[in-house]
Design a protein around this ligand. Structure first.
Ligand code: HAM
Length: 423
């Protein structure tokens, strides 16, 4: 049986193939995401992986709707696996925002599903760090989010030589659009042309733009000018005050594909341009209102950072830690009559917070020792019955090669003190 294309297995080290996905890398990334989000005062939330189809067809936009994993369940409900977290979050906020003081600052690490064409950096499932703020119109909130995005990447060891935040605004594009085209219903069509322009054949972009009354040259000129609008300048100043200005570049190529963005938008990319976007986000001031049928009107903004491109980038820059197994204690059972006493000792070690392992069934001594080495055990422990029938533990430190005889009650303390002296 093969796994589905675009889905991943996560293995512990040693990995079965060099390109296998590591469960330890995933934990390392999740731990960093959580730690930095909490440093910024964000609280964790979660929602269901299955939602009613309508939640995504209302406002995410054509591209993501085309990638939905959707089906009818046994209760005849049209449902979909979540392709992104923002609609779920907006639904949760619309239902319960009154219980929370503003601004609301929440984060989540959902697994998301998109039926995409498989390519480098794009799979059919991925984990995405989402951080969002609700109830704040001031651009100080946009700057705070971008700072969190930068610090998350910095915490993983990336520097301004590795990544850049391309900052833009739909307001800037809205102004550009409305000075030349009065059909406001066409604005989203226009945004989608801009969104695809970097990857599209210029002749095709030109034709699409001309149908809306624009020339490619004037659009390109606007992008190349890269003059920050007043709101973008405030964000730049805010980030400069934190010493984070070097990570930002005004780039009007960025407009974002999702339909719900209303203001400042941004994306994080690697500086060499080798990978797809690391993260993307922006303001969506109308989404909660839309999903609540007009009952709750709360400004929102946030970003999503996927684990796929991030892992590829960290691997390429050699910024992933080495994950090896390490075990404080392996207990050998050479005399089966001492197995109950050994189990008692193992329980004591584990209660003390120490990792301890042992052979589950009677095993030849040399195999037991080999297993201890494979598990990178720091100590090997063997119980020994004395002439007076008392039992002592022979504790051998595999690194220093020294062995001590200890009463069973002293083994945990001995191993704990060995840990603190070697740390
Ligand atoms: P998005 O740009 O669709 O935004 O996704 C954000 C990030 O998720 C991308 O930059 C990329 O790293 C990762 N990603 C997206 N699709 C895939 C895929 N098929 N395979 C691997 N990684 C992928 C959103 O999803 C917005 N909901 C983010 C947001 C939160 N905006 C406001 N709050």
């Amino acid at each position: 049986m093969e796994r589905l294309p675009g889905f991943r297995d996560f293995y512990p080290e040693p990995l079965p193939q060099p390109d296998a996905w590591s469960a330890n890398v995933r934990t390392h990334i999740f731990d960093t995401w959580r730690a930095v989000a909490r440093r910024y005062g964000f609280q964790e939330y979660d929602g269901p992986p299955l939602e009613s189809l309508e939640l995504f067809t209302t406002k995410s936009g054509a591209e993501i709707v085309g990638q939905l994993y959707n089906f009818t369940d046994k209760g005849e409900r049209p449902i979909a696996l979540r392709p992104e977290m923002t609609p779920t979050l907006a639904r949760m906020i619309a239902a319960s925002e009154r219980a929370y003081k503003k601004p609301i600052k929440w984060f989540a690490l959902p697994q998301l599903f998109r039926y995409e064409r498989q390519q480098k950096g794009r799979l059919r499932e991925h984990f995405q760090f989402n951080a969002d703020i609700f109830g704040e119109n001031d651009v100080a909130a946009d700057a705070e989010l971008i700072a969190l995005l930068i610090d998350t990447l910095r915490a993983l060891g990336l520097t301004s030589d590795d990544f850049v935040i391309r900052l833009s605004s739909r307001n800037a594009w809205q102004d550009f659009f409305s000075t030349r085209c009065l059909e406001t219903s066409k604005a989203y069509d226009f945004y989608q042309i801009i969104d695809k322009m970097e990857r599209e054949d210029p002749a095709k972009s030109e034709a699409l733009l001309q149908a809306l009354g624009f020339s490619l040259a004037e659009v390109k000129h606007f992008i190349e000018s890269a003059v920050p609008t007043a709101e973008l300048q405030l964000i730049l100043d805010n980030l400069k005050a934190r010493g984070l200005a070097e990570f930002i570049r005004i780039d009007y190529n960025v407009i974002r594909g999702l339909a719900y963005y209303t203001g400042v938008v941004f994306e994080a990319f690697d500086c060499k341009g080798e990978f797809r976007a690391i993260a993307g986000g922006g303001r969506y001031n109308n989404l909660v209102k839309l999903l609540s049928g007009g009952k709750v009107d709360l400004a929102g903004l946030g970003f999503g950072m996927g684990d796929v491109v991030l892992t590829e980038l960290l691997k390429a820059r050699k910024l992933l830690p080495q994950f090896g197994v390490k075990l404080p204690a392996y207990c050998l059972v050479e005399d089966e009559t001492l197995r109950p006493a050994t189990l008692g000792l193992i329980q004591t070690l584990r209660d003390a917070g120490l990792g301890a392992d042992y052979p589950l069934v009677a095993t030849k001594p040399d195999k037991q020792f080999k297993r201890a080495q494979e598990l990178n055990a720091e100590h090997v422990i063997r119980l020994d019955r004395q002439e007076d029938h008392s039992v002592v533990a022979k504790v051998k430190n595999l690194k220093t090669r020294t062995e001590v005889d200890l009463p069973l009650a002293e083994v945990a303390g001995h191993i704990l003190s060995a840990k603190t002296t070697t740390q």
